[in-house]
Design a protein around this ligand. Structure first.
Ligand SMILES: [Zn+2]
Length: 319
């Protein structure tokens, strides 16, 4: 059975992904086939899950968002270990096996999962592939696309809608429940958005400045009226070190802007940031939750906690 779909967020939200894109007409036929496969009498999702394999999300924050939509009908499993850096992630044979067994794979998309094509080729077979960020417009900036949409909770409302549609296709009998869960969670995202807005407004405007380890907070900054003065690592990934010239430029920019703090995501190497801090007098704030939730007993076990934690850390350093 062929089952390989991608949410595109355009007019037709699903398309077949098997090396090359096919047209929407084929997709609609495939959707029906998926529906037929997943709907198995009165058993509902648990049966669908058992018959077709688990629902897998690439990153922990994505699994948490999807779990909020799935509620009690499905258990969303996570591919990447907690704290792993998705930019440099290299799947193990065990990861390939997990994907091979999955009926649905939810990814962020926008190039965030650079390992994805190789992983899917290694896993073989077909599955429903859901791009949670489909339909969101990447920030226009120099260089590559910025995939970090989720750090703006308003963007996550689109994630929720894409995931809701995918789960309702996978398990049509659960559609009403997914819709109701999605509505509840969307309300929580709206409340979080309003809260972050209020928090950032307690910072005087001239100190609403961010320096981050890599370019990950631009959507957040755009939403809440902060300015990203610069990043320690150039670009929206973590794999490239800055040149001496880029370091000098960043130090000059930080001094000119009077940016008070450098924010590093949890697990980031702080060596370059320490050098910049020495030269500029900026303080270093570590441990922001950018790519992963914390463990269940940690400070940010859910996506909503990640945004709350980051906001408290940012406001604490800039106020
Ligand atoms: Zn990143």
């Amino acid at each position: 059975m062929t089952r390989s779909l991608v949410a595109t967020g355009k007019a037709g939200w699903l398309r077949i992904r098997r090396g090359a894109a096919m047209d929407v007409a084929v997709c609609l036929v495939m959707c029906c086939i998926v529906t037929g496969c997943a709907g198995s009498g009165e058993g509902g999702a648990s049966d669908a899950e058992m018959e077709t394999g688990p629902v897998l999300a690439a990153e922990s924050f994505l699994a948490d968002i999807a779990q909020n939509v799935a509620g009690n009908r499905l258990t969303i499993q996570t591919l990447l270990p907690l704290g792993a850096d998705p930019h440099g992630f290299e799947p193990t044979p065990g990861d390939v096996r997990k994907v091979a067994e999955a009926a649905v794979l939810i990814v962020n998309g926008a190039g965030f999962e650079a390992y994805l094509d190789d992983l899917l080729a290694g896993a073989g077979g077909d599955r429903m592939l859901v791009e949670a960020s489909a339909g969101l417009k990447p920030r226009s900036g120099p260089g590559e696309r910025d995939p970090h949409f989720w750090l703006d909770p308003v963007n996550v409302k689109t994630y929720v809608e894409n995931i809701r549609r995918a789960l309702a296709t996978f398990d049509p009998e659960g559609a009403d429940e997914y819709a109701s869960n999605a509505a509840t969670y969307t309300l929580e995202l709206d409340q979080l958005d309003a809260w972050v807005k209020g928090q950032i407004q307690t910072i005087v405007p001239e100190r609403r400045l961010l320096i981050t380890n890599h370019d990950s907070f631009s959507y957040y900054a755009d939403r809440y009226g902060l300015r990203v003065v610069g990043t320690v690592l150039p670009g929206a990934s973590t794999g490239v070190a800055p040149s001496a010239q880029q370091m000098t430029r960043l130090i000059t920019d930080i001094k000119e802007a009077g940016a008070p703090a450098i924010f590093l995501e949890s697990g980031a190497n702080s060596q370059l940031a320490q050098q910049i801090a020495r030269d500029t007098g900026a303080i270093i704030v570590t441990g922001l939750y950018t790519h992963s939730t914390s463990d269940p007993d940690g400070r940010a076990p859910t996506y909503l906690d990640m945004i709350r934690y980051n906001t408290i850390a940012i406001v604490g350093a800039l106020r």
